[in-house]
Ligand binder design. Structure first.
Ligand code: ADP
Ligand code: TYD
Length: 211
């Protein structure tokens, strides 16, 4: 049986990571690999319930520590009930976001102690780290422009004004992580086609994991 691999995609909302994760899944499946495409928060029925709790706006705001712990709870559920069993069967698991999103968003973005966010999340993944992580990097402006395309204008404007600064900090977090963790590959994606980015992803996969 072939060894399973965990490959994760990270980046800002609108960076194009879901598009790339799907293309990679399709190409590897065509090549005959057994591949699972999943996402965080979510990925299993229970973890998707936690996702709904995190992402549904409520009159009672989610306090930051509850947010950190809910993302970690969703991740723990995802790791134990989906990712680890799939890897044990030799499958390739592609996850649209994983542990680094918590470091970048809750740590760098919200300004919580990065070491504390790391500690909670190391407990959540229980020793499982990705074999390879693609950071699909675009400017905050480009990412927000793409997100705006998916929303009503009033909602998009509100989010944009409130969140430009936040997303700058999140992007800085991903840049720091990409520089310090050897499993990370930063793909400069501004003004590049989906196809060109995908070809680079395939090239790196070949070099790093011989897939
Ligand atoms: P994310 O998962 O990072 O939020 P998506 O993959 O959903 O991003 O992409 C956001 C939007 O940008 C989608 O409408 C998608 O079709 C488009 N998109 C993705 N990659 C590119 C690219 N390289 N060039 C132009 N548009 C892109
Ligand atoms: P996602 O569904 O990937 O959104 P998008 O497709 O727009 O990128 O993620 C939902 C949101 O959750 C996104 O804004 C990033 C955030 N998030 C965190 O803040 N921390 C985390 O640990 C994860 C996994 C996601």
């Amino acid at each position: 049986m072939t060894k399973g691999y965990l490959i994760t995609f990270e980046g800002l909302d609108g960076s194009g990571k879901s598009t790339q994760a799907l293309k990679l899944k399709e190409e590897l499946s065509q090549k005959g690999y057994s591949v699972i495409l999943t996402r965080e928060p979510g990925g299993t029925p229970l973890a998707e319930e936690i996702r709904r709790v995190i992402l549904t706006p409520t009159t009672e705001p989610l306090v930051p520590m509850a947010e950190i712990l809910l993302y970690a709870a969703s991740r723990a559920q995802h790791v134990e009930s989906l990712i680890k069993p799939a890897l044990a069967e030799g499958k390739i698991v592609i996850s649209d976001r994983f542990i680094d999103s918590s470091i970048a968003y809750q740590g760098y973005g919200l300004g919580w102690d990065v070491k504390a966010v790391q500690t909670v999340n190391r407990m959540a993944v229980n020793g499982l780290m990705p074999d390879l992580t693609f950071f699909i990097d675009v400017s905050v402006e480009k990412a927000l422009e793409r997100v705006k395309g998916r929303q009503h204008k009033a909602e998009a404007d509100r989010i944009e004004s409130r969140e430009v600064l936040f997303h700058r900090k999140v992007r800085e977090g991903f840049i720091q992580l990409a520089q310090s963790e050897p499993r990370f590959v930063r793909i400069a994606s501004e003004e590049r086609s989906v196809e060109a980015i995908h070809r680079e992803v395939m090239e790196i996969l070949k070099q790093r994991l011989n897939i």
